[in-house]
Design a protein around this ligand. Structure first.
Ligand code: AMP
Length: 397
């Protein structure tokens, strides 16, 4: 159980509540192309409105690197949020985030009103967690709620610093839900517990592999990172992704899996090409037998069946990282097979954000999963067994 205060522990009537959301949504020509993160924030916002709080929202968007960038303004989010909430969201358009507009808008708020501040990363202090900006943010509010799971692995002013200068702090419903799903899966899973890791690099997932080997019954590795394991087993991988400096580590992990009695599954075959593009000749060969001049871009048919079979018997499945270059249709079959297998079983199925979440949604399996995390980096750190600074900083119950 989460030992942190949640929005259910707060009395917000008449109080100014600053809520850190994750409104870092993709934009194309000023239009929001995926609003999942906005809809995911609604339960907390609606609860605070209903309870009579003055709801001041803040978030970052993209990487403006400490200066105002009009294309990374949160203005389009205010418009969409107004529509979704069915009430006005006042956008405080200040290049310095906590400026005259924000102060005036907050001063004029009635209970249940909503204000959205400008992109917190317009301020260079934000990502350095500098006290002056934390204090400015806190000066607008009495209470702070962190509902930005996707940024909770970062100690910034709007996620950590601000908590020191408000009367009270709590986590929001989205944060609570993310922690409950990921926390239960990792620390208290219904077994068999299967974890699937993919994506491009072993180096990004070193601690994840190490930590998960302590917890899972089966660990499946696919994607670009599998070739480093193939080399560790004495295979030849041609021009495939390879991290030579991680080969020893891969060997250690294979040993560790044996010691722990973990069923450690690596690809047995792989789809190879000569060029990194969709419309090109491709064929399937056994893992570790990739000729020079060829590269592996997806898991092969036998591997798809092997992995799907392991997933079928699971009661808890956590997946992070695609099995191949799923952005290209010819190399999306492995990723699709995993999504299909997970969608078809009666188990707790969790997608750890980032590329795998995008892949699952793109392939149309989004609503078949128990939980799709809104935070790629944060969920990886969770799977590493790390504490998230944005959660730690919130008041205990
Ligand atoms: P990551 O950001 O580490 O989760 O990796 C995701 C990226 O890995 C996606 O863009 C995939 O296209 C890429 N990827 C997966 N498998 C391969 C592979 N075999 N070769 C090259 N890139 C890959």
């Amino acid at each position: 159980m989460l030992q942190k205060k949640t929005v259910d522990d707060l009395k917000v009537q008449g109080k100014r509540v600053l809520v850190r959301c994750d409104f870092n949504v993709p934009l194309k020509d000023g239009v929001i192309t995926d609003e999942n993160r906005i809809t995911a924030a609604l339960p907390t916002i609606e609860k605070l409105i209903k309870d009579g709080g003055k709801v001041i929202l803040c978030s970052h968007m993209g990487k403006p690197k400490g200066e105002p960038k009009p294309e990374l303004s949160l203005a389009p989010v205010a418009v969409r949020l107004s529509e979704l909430l069915g009430k006005e969201v006042v956008f405080a358009k200040d290049d310095n985030v906590v400026g005259e507009n924000a102060k005036k808008a907050v001063a004029e708020m009635k209970d249940g009103d909503v204000v959205l501040l400008e992109n917190t990363r317009y301020r260079k202090e934000e990502t350095k967690n500098e006290e002056n900006f934390s204090k400015e943010l806190a000066s607008l509010a009495d209470i702070f709620v962190n509902d930005a799971f996707g940024t909770s692995h970062r100690a910034h002013c709007s996620t950590v610093g601000v908590t020191a200068f408000v009367e009270e702090s709590a986590v929001g419903y989205l944060m609570e839900k993310e922690i409950a799903f990921l926390g239960n899966a990792v620390n208290n899973p219904v077994r068999p517990f299967v974890a699937i890791l993919g994506g491009s690099k072993v180096s990004d997932k070193i601690n994840v592999i190490n930590n998960l080997l302590e917890k899972v019954d089966t660990l499946i590795i696919g994607g670009g990172m599998a070739y480093t394991f193939a080399v560790a087993q004495g295979g030849h991988v041609g021009e495939s992704l390879l991290e030579l400096d991680k080969v020893d580590y891969a060997r250690e992990m294979i040993e560790k899996a044996k010691e722990k009695g973990v069923n450690f599954l690596l690809p047995v075959d792989t789809v190879i090409t000569k060029e990194f593009k969709n419309d090109t000749e491709f064929k399937t060969v056994s893992t570790g037998e990739i000729p020079d001049g060829w590269m592996g871009l997806d898991i092969g048919e036998k591997t798809r069946a092997l992995f799907a079979d392991a997933i079928k018997g699971a009661k808890t499945v956590v997946w992070n990282g695609p099995m191949g270059v799923f952005e290209m249709e010819n190399f999306a079959k492995g990723t699709k097979a995993i999504a299909e297998a997970m969608a078809s079983i009666d188990a707790t199925t969790i997608i750890g954000g980032g590329d795998s979440a995008a892949a699952v949604n793109q392939l149309g399996y989004g609503d078949k999963m128990t939980h799709i995390s809104t935070g790629g980096g944060a969920s990886l750190e969770f799977l590493e067994g790390k504490e998230l600074p944005g959660v730690v900083a919130v008041d205990d119950k």
